[in-house]
Design a protein around this ligand. Sequence first.
Ligand code: PHB
Length: 391
Amino acid sequence: MRTQVAIVGAGPAGLLLSHLLDRSGIESVIVETRERDYVEARIRAGILEQSTTDLLREAGLGDRMGREGEEHRGIYLQVPHERHHVDFVDLVGRRVTVYGQTELTKDLGRARAAAGQEIRYGVRGTAVHDLDTDRPYVTFTGPDGATERLDADVVVGCDGSFGPCRAAIPAAAKQTWQRTYPYAWLGILADVAPSTDELIYAWHPDGFAMHSMRSPTVSRLYLQVPTDTDLAEWPDDRIWDALATRLGHGQDGWTLTPGPITDKSVLPMRSFVQQPMRHGRLFLAGDAAHIVPPTGAKGLNLAVADVALLAPALTALLKDRNPALADAYSDTALRRVWRCTHFSWWMTTMLHQSGDPFDQQLQLSQLRWLATSRAGQAGLAENYAGLPIGL
Ligand code: PHB
């Protein structure tokens, strides 16, 4: 098999890249280890920055998002007995949209299927080869057990942190940075109307809590828990009790309405960056190159920002034989990656209990400053609502 761009991974980054390339007349084939149903059902992020929604609309992917996504002006930041609204629209003129990654992945999958995109789901043993030449290729075993070879001009790794692409860059040619945080999130999805109009991020001595949502009838909530948490020790009542305490049920007349929990999981929290995001004819995008902790909802948006740079860069490289944008891709993308890595680290360390009383005082001071300073809020808003693509 031969194509122009071989894409490893059919998550949002890989699907969006194939869509944008197709619109500029570049052909691609996607290989994915999971089955389509799994990819479209996994529960992930839920907040899209304005730069993300603008790009999706321009790419003709905004119809259902426009109908079902919910636009938010800002977020609530909370310490016990005080809840403050940070209004992004007032502060920086930008808003965010609540639309689950699950829904976006389905929209992308449908758009690609309608365009006749070749996507090979359920493959095994994916490996990338000859990246230092201009004839790289990908090998994999199809669901029928036959080994296949996909030749391309360029290979793009959109295969997340455990895929083969990141690892294929030789150790001598790369640098990595990592931070693991000494806590995790217990996340739930519940069939109940959200108890808030916009997201609540709550600092609490028992640990961080957050109230998010997926739709007018589905709530998504999180609790800070120890990294070794066993879900068996968290029956539904215990989860709702902890959420009620940390989110301030009963304060100023606010109530948290519990409901049936449909999904429960423990999410690790870490920061990771690998650079460069290109090696020869291999380019990395999204989680394959960087991981952020979920506080601040940057992961999906960052993947979209990578792809927004990469699609025109590959188009110029393959159509016009102009390598300038492709050569600049890694440096340009990494500027935003490090900004978001810092922002996610800052939100995370400001809101979670670390066990250190000195940290607690710094956190409370920082949150007091955010509650009272327009300059502080504007900094948060600028980062949260999304910097322009190509920052
Ligand atoms: C979510 O809805 O899953 C979500 C929202 C905001 C975050 C993290 C996760 O900061």
